[in-house]
Design a protein. Sequence first.
Length: 274
Amino acid sequence: MTDKRLLTIQDISCVGQCSLTVALPIISACGVECAILPSSVLSNHTAGFSGWTFRDLTDEMPNILAQWKKEKVDFDAFYTGYVSKTQIPHILDIMQETARPGALRIVDPVMGDGGKLYPGFDDDFPQEMCRLCNGADVIMPNLTEAALLLGEEYRTEYDQAYIEQTIKRLHALGAKNVVLTGVSLEPNKLGVACYDGNEIRYYFTDRLDVSMHGTGDCYASSFAGALLRGHSILESASIAADFVVETIRQSMGDPSHWYGVKFEKALPYLISRM
Ligand code: PXL
């Protein structure tokens, strides 16, 4: 078997334990070669710090693609995270031009949480994100991103019928599989719903009573790593959920680490699941 090579496209938040600073080590720990294309460089992420610097790297994308084409660089999978609106056509080009036969497109439509778009994203960003979701092998929105993609109100109270209707509408955006994260159907359980166009399957873990930044990126990265190691979508979704619970357990009780999770301490657990 040849080893798999994945390209992840998302920002570098230099400090704050999210996006590329978690994706690269997590995917590597899964035993998958991880190439990166930084979409932007920020001094730190935009959640909880008083400010941040931001340097957009869109202009570099066509240059990097041209060079990769010269070198015949290609990938078995693409995993996209925090990107900006103007980058989406470039990302579609890169995926088209550098895909190995059968290459997977994994799209985490990073846009918001808690019912709100992240700072800096315009109201028309979700529409553009729909273009990236169309044709993806897997999309993995949280409930906020699901509502944004579908142009619906974000709901904090919902039932199983709402989840099933939402996941079917997300599937109709043109993705082969939907992994909807942050789903809770009973108070002390939190998990994911997976839909492949046929059957909806769930995986739940015990809910830990904290919300920590960067867990979405840890989830998507470990999901991508597990999938490329040959696990099924549901197995990968379950491994990623268990890993994130472990990252939170390792981080609880240390208020000085408010900006993210100590995912490093949970890597041995993730490796044991590969
Ligand atoms: O974890 C998602 C994310 C990624 N990158 C940046 C962010 C956030 C969430 O706030 O600010 C820069």
